[in-house]
Design a protein around this ligand. Sequence first.
Ligand code: GLY
Length: 282
Amino acid sequence: MSMKFGVAVHGGAGSPASLSDGPAGAAEIGFGLLSGGGCALDAVTQAVVRMEEDDRFNAGTGSVLRFDGTAYMDAAVMTSGGECGAVACVTSIRNPVLVAREVLSTPHILLVGDGANDFARSKGFGEYDNSTERTRERLRRGMEEYRKGQRPQWPRNWNSWTIDTVGAVAMDGDGNFAAANSTGGTFPALKGRVGDVPLIGCGVFAGKKGAVAATGVGEEIIRKVLAKTVYDCIDGGMHPQQAAEKGVGLYDRSVSVGIITISENGLGIASTGEMAHYTKSE
Ligand code: GLY
């Protein structure tokens, strides 16, 4: 084994490198847990919680707001032990990734909408306003520009107001892998739209050989079952860096997509454009 343990965190396809302090702080939390003997699932979950609490990123607090001022969020976790938990279209939840993790304690994998929200409340997740002055101002400005015709009109403008998902992958000292992600989704988009994030194999995948988290245009990621496609490259013996590059290489450079990967051989990062990220390993 060339790596004892490690973690990678990204701030979403399209997030500027100048925001790398966000993923860096999150990766340090994950790395701290791993250094103390913590498991990969805790490392990715807590790293993503940190990213959800940073309103510069499109997840949790800071999620992109719909016209009615609400955020509809998706999140997922997966481990190399085959545990999967995900939620889609949850609202007024501080940390959707923690709800996704709670789904692991049920026989199910994916809960959506009202059911997911009711489940969260039953587990003690209280009502939370995900908006901040920054996201409310972004919505106000966007709507004004849209009304004045300064932005392309629907559907040409779909997915144009946001940067993307946050995510993390980790390997712990026992060689277990995990991946987690969380997003406020895209905007503008039709009500009920769900992207790649809560779909296991699309936004995240973890197996005995590694873990993968993808970010970018959900519809494009789903079409290529991207996380599992990249994982299969690692499973076939490819270094995670090569696998991440191969995954991104499936897309035209105009498509916003990013990938982080981990295996016992190291970490991998690739994206078609800018993507704030940070890795740490031992
Ligand atoms: N990748 C996030 C989304 O498309 O919803």
